[in-house]
Design a protein around this ligand. Structure first.
Ligand SMILES: [Zn+2]
Length: 459
């Protein structure tokens, strides 16, 4: 595996480094994978617009229950911006209660809520809450489940979470829930504090279309009129990382070597983009090669890694299935880096977003370092110039109601990555590689700047 990786890196080095023009172009394209920053900013921006027009709370769900599993069944036709679904949540009661509260946009209609074959009463709460009333007290430790049947047109503005657009004249619907948008299209816990351990996602579409989502495809059926694809994911996942897209996708299967075994590498793309498959998958393999060696093996290796075409500028690190726009190594490596930093380990609050974005941006740099030192140095210089163009500014976000603060390219992305680069320079590679910067085998499903600092200082 190592030998193969070295020879691949050498080939890429020769390919990308020799022509100066190509170098400059690649630098510009990659660094302006700021498209991905813009994508993440836009999602937050639309959400903030939504806040101003009605939904003024991000997360009303109650903390008296812990979700272990979601089964999501959705019907989506990309010709119509509409969702119909049934979401069943399995949970454990933390404190004895006869009510629990989920987050769900109040623009969506709840048809019914079923519990052990009976209907439950419920109330919609101001600020997108859905309170469910059980027939009696559920004691602490009780394991139970409830199903919410709902439908409607997701809110707009605030609507970047569930977008309808087109490519080559064909309709597409895709979702982007980071940071607060999951509740805009499905009933869930919208915060960062409750990762379900597993999820099943079943999406029915007209047969001309196909869904893409998290995990692996367990089953696919089509009767010529409709098609249902069943995705299965068996790792803990924050709700903002559940992604869904539907259009006339083609699926191109490939593989990447992880821990001596071939793991599926799946590209779900537009027919008109299918010719890019080799470049996209090869760039992903280049990034895998660097990251597996430095960060530990890909954290979802029992399943697969997918990349799905969408029409938003940039990318989004949906768990096991990044949504991407281009063939650019910078974008592909950034989103893959998030699978370790952001997905496997998730920031504890949006104040700590640099733990997602600074790490993914540095992962992007490390990928370049593995194949092209000149490019790596130029990229560092570029980031340094932007960071120092203004005085002050913290990687820790003071104001999480301001999307520009959360997704600040200068602070959350570039300065976050430079903080890591500075530590590496101070500590040296051998010590730095022992810190939680790299050692994702530490069992940290969520982390914060403070926890990370403590762990780093113990090394
Ligand atoms: Zn990112």
């Amino acid at each position: 595996m190592k030998k193969k990786a070295i020879s691949l890196a050498a080939c890429i080095f020769l390919f990308v480094c020799l022509p100066a023009l190509a170098f400059a172009q690649q630098l510009r394209d990659s660094l302006l994978s700021s498209g991905l920053i813009a994508a993440e900013q836009r999602a937050a921006e639309r959400f903030m617009e939504g806040q101003q027009t009605g939904s003024n709370l991000r997360n009303l769900s109650s903390s008296n229950f812990d979700v272990s599993y979601y089964r999501c069944e959705w019907e989506i036709d990309p010709n119509v911006r509409f969702i119909k679904g049934e979401v069943t949540s399995y949970f454990t009661i933390g404190i004895a209660t006869d009510t629990i509260i989920f987050d769900l946009s109040d623009t969506l209609t709840v048809d019914s809520i079923r519990y052990h074959g009976s209907l439950l009463s419920f109330q919609r709460l101001p600020g997108d809450g859905l309170r469910i009333n059980f027939p009696g007290i559920l004691n602490a430790g009780t394991k139970d489940s409830v199903s919410v049947y709902y439908n409607g047109v997701p809110r707009r503005p605030g609507g970047n979470a569930f977008v309808q657009t087109s490519h080559a004249g064909v309709p597409i619907i895709w979702t982007l829930s980071e940071p607060f948008g999951a509740k805009e299209w499905w009933p869930c816990k919208n915060g960062l504090d409750d990762k379900a351990d597993s999820v099943d996602i079943l999406v029915t579409t007209p047969s001309a279309y196909r869904a893409s989502s998290n995990g692996v495809i367990a089953e696919e059926n089509s009767d010529g009129i409709s098609r249902t694809v069943h995705f299965k994911h068996r790792y803990p996942m924050a709700t903002y990382l559940l992604g869904l897209a539907v259009t006339n996708y083609v699926v191109i299967k490939d593989s990447v070597q992880i821990a001596g075994k071939q793991m599926p590498l799946m590209l779900t793309t537009y027919p008109e983009y299918a010719g890019n498959a080799f470049k996209i998958n090869n760039n992903a393999r280049t990034a895998f090669s660097a990251f597996n060696r430095l960060f530990g093996d890909y954290p979802f290796a029992r399943e697969q890694y997918g990349q799905t075409a969408w029409s938003q500028g940039g990318g989004m690190e949906h768990q096991t299935n990044s949504f991407i726009t281009t063939t650019d190594l910078g974008l592909i490596s950034h989103e893959l880096g998030h699978q370790w930093f952001g997905d496997r380990i998730t920031c504890g609050s949006w104040h700590d977003i640099w733990l997602n974005e600074g790490f993914a941006t540095y992962a992007q740099s490390i990928c370049y370092e593995s194949i092209d030192l000149n490019f790596f140095r130029a990229e560092r210089q570029y980031y340094r110039d932007i960071i120092t163009a203004q005085p002050a500014g913290s990687v820790w976000v003071d104001d999480t109601t301001n999307f520009n603060s959360i997704f600040s390219a200068r602070l959350s992305y570039y300065k976050g990555s430079y903080l890591l680069h500075m530590l590496r320079w101070k500590l040296g590679d051998s010590v730095f590689l022992q810190t939680p910067c790299y050692n994702t085998n530490l069992r940290l499903p969520r982390t914060s700047s403070g926890i990370w600092k403590q762990k780093a200082e113990r090394i």
